[in-house]
Write a protein that binds this ligand. Structure first.
Ligand code: PLP
Length: 437
């Protein structure tokens, strides 16, 4: 595993057991705070599937999405590159031995001190989208190899990054000319269709735009050789991903065919980590509250109880994804009902069997933009992360097993290496009413 990861970094899920067995053991231990189970085998399998699905694209991992030790080390062991947005992220990946040529510093608006840090640590590949940034790089990093980040039109993404980043096609010629005048080397073009992208045409459209800018560069004498197609790939079950892969492959074949001398990379965040993490939280208190306003005589509703449950994690912690990533994590949902969020509640209107203090709830798909954006507000500690991997996934990671034969349909199925596949697994997060009191 190239020294990045060893067996003491995770718990091994032996043959005959599942990651869920392990989770349930942890739930039974008692006196625990909220915790994650992070299935590193899931990350391994996602990596192999990506290589198979987009064979001409080299994956980089967007560290911002989840910089936890096990994830970063597993991806380094798999040979992925790293997309860093800051000095701290560069330092993190370099601290485990990732060489600078496997790092791209993608923030298009960098502090001068951090550009100098990249320069002194051998990181050359960096992104930009404006003239001021070019000036800073020209003065602070003479060996920089710059990638021009272009804007994309992505109204159907949960995080529309082009609202703040990306040069318009109109401004690209001027930026390329300015870079020439400033003697800054431009090696390629990048884009990001937006995180949580649901528009299947966003990739082909952006790939075609990137081709236009390559042509523009060629007219100005540039020999660009790098295309960065960014992230935006879903990390949970989503059949649209299969189709978007096909559209990406055909757009790449059309505009950047094999042998055209352009290296293609992607910077994946949520794709790698979303489904690998399951969060277990504990009910620590509860309180019955009126269901209807006083005076209401609705008979049906008066037979129901409205209970507020207090759990040991929240929106200032791992559930910050509700605000920042626009997700709705739920332990289970029995019938559709109005769902709204107020202040620091994580969910309203869920129908649950009555819970007791000490009961556990588990939330799946909690790997992307959860821990990364959590705080220690109220003095809460980040939940402990329990890394696990199945022996089969470990052998895959070590290259000791052939890659599983999977058809294209299965590229988007849940990928963990040990979960039992149940009917409900793909549809709703699992509710684990394991009482430990
Ligand atoms: N690259 C850059 C520059 C980003 O800003 C982001 C997300 O914000 C990513 C990659 C990862 O995106 P995703 O998690 O959608 O794959």
């Amino acid at each position: 595993m190239s020294g990045y990861l060893d067996e003491s970094d995770f718990m091994m899920v032996e043959e005959g057991f599942t990651t869920r067995d392990l989770l349930e053991n942890l739930l039974m231990e008692g006196n625990k705070g909220a915790f994650f189970v992070a299935d590193l085998g899931d990350v391994v399998k996602k990596h192999l599937r990506f290589l198979k699905a987009l064979p001409h694209v080299k994956p980089f991992y967007a560290v911002k999405c989840n910089s936890s030790r096990g994830v970063v080390r597993t991806l380094a062991a798999l040979g992925a590159g790293f997309d860093c947005a800051s000095k701290t992220e560069i330092a993190l990946v370099q601290s485990i031995g990732v060489p600078p040529d496997k790092i791209i510093y993608t923030n298009p608006c960098k502090q001068i001190a951090q550009i100098k840090y990249a320069a002194s640590h051998g990181v050359q590949l960096m992104a930009f989208d404006n003239e001021v940034e070019l000036g800073k790089v020209a003065r602070s990093h003479p060996h920089a190899r710059m990638v021009l980040c272009i804007a994309t039109d992505n109204p159907r993404s949960s995080a529309r990054l082009s609202v703040k980043f990306g040069a318009t096609l109109k401004s690209c010629r001027h930026l390329l000319e300015t870079a020439k005048e400033m003697n800054v080397e431009i090696v390629g073009i990048s884009f990001h269709v937006g995180s949580g992208c649901l528009d299947l045409q966003a990739f082909p459209r952006s790939i075609a735009d990137a081709r236009l800018v390559f042509e523009m560069g060629a007219e100005l004498g540039y020999k660009m050789h790098l295309l960065d197609i960014g992230g935006g790939f879903p990390g949970t079950e989503n059949s649209k991903f299969v189709f978007s892969l096909a559209t990406i492959n055909s757009a790449l074949d059309l505009y950047f065919p094999e042998g055209c001398g352009v290296e293609i990379i992607a910077k994946l965040g949520r794709y790698y980590v979303a489904s690998a993490f399951t969060l277990a939280v504990n009910v620590i208190d509860k309180q019955e509250v009126p269901l209807d306003p006083p005076g209401s005589d609705d008979e049906e509703s008066s037979s129901k109880k409205n209970i507020l449950y207090y759990i040991n994690d929240g929106i200032y912690g791992s559930f910050s994804c509700i605000f920042f990533d626009h997700t709705c994590p739920r332990p289970t949902l029995h019938k559709s009902c109005p769902f709204h969020l107020e202040e620091d509640r994580i969910a309203d209107g869920l129908e649950l069997p009555e819970l007791q203090v000490g009961d556990w709830l588990t939330f799946e798909n909690m790997g992307a933009y959860t821990i990364a954006a959590s705080s220690s507000f109220n003095g809460y500690q980040q939940p402990q992360i329990n890394y696990v991997m199945s022996r089969e996934a470990l052998r895959l990671l070590q290259g000791k097993l052939p890659q599983p034969e999977e058809d294209r349909e299965s590229l988007c199925t849940p990928l963990s290496c040990g979960w039992e596949i149940t009917d409900t697994l793909c549809i709703t997060p699992v509710f684990t009413p394991a009482r430990i009191t």
